[in-house]
Design a binder for this molecule. Sequence first.
Ligand SMILES: Cc1cc2nc3c(=O)[nH]c(=O)nc-3n(C[C@H](O)[C@H](O)[C@H](O)COP(=O)(O)O)c2cc1C
Length: 206
Amino acid sequence: MELYEAIYNRRIVRDFQDKTVPEEVLERIINAGLQAPTHDHLRNWEFVILQDKKDKEQALQFISNGVKPQLEILKQILVNGTPQQKMYAVAMPRQYSMLFNASHIIFPFFKSNSGVMHPTSVSSLNPLSSIWCVIENIFLAATAEGLACSMRIPVGDEGINVAAEVGAPDDYLLPCYIGLGYPADDKPFVEQVEYTAKQKMHFGKW
Ligand SMILES: Cc1cc2nc3c(=O)[nH]c(=O)nc-3n(C[C@H](O)[C@H](O)[C@H](O)COP(=O)(O)O)c2cc1C
């Protein structure tokens, strides 16, 4: 698949077929992640990958607590009636299933430093910024392989709890969970708010 085709076709998907992603495909996708730019030249990233249902259950046990604050946001959005409403309506009930039913869950860890959680400038966030470059590469590589990803941001202590559950060292943080799998044929269509480059470009001055 062409790069631009992968970029335009990439979508977060929350419904998957019951079909296993072959290990060599998984490896290609993680390798694509590892090609991302890195703030420290060291690519301090590690990936815990779960396929076994019991392992998934253990690692996802903290999600129900994490959903509560998001349900409040959901209510507000439903009242306001913005275009996000439909996305939330699709996403919120699937926060567990979109990971559990994926062929694999990828936990992309990055090595933290004292500044990440208490930033004094944008550069304090470099470790976090770098891992998001990795994550986007994973999304695009998955798309190029005919696969798709779901993604959840851990809420509150969820990330720390999951990290401990899967045995990550204390100085490694989890920015998100990624579900990887074959998209279900009957997955819901999630409307996007479309922009063109012309609307967003400011030549010379904003
Ligand atoms: C920083 C970030 C956090 C997100 N958090 C979640 C999440 O916790 N749960 C979820 O289902 N989707 C999450 N998403 C996915 C967005 O809902 C999705 O990217 C957005 O609706 C646009 O759709 P698209 O990715 O298919 O273009 C997140 C995306 C980003 C970039």
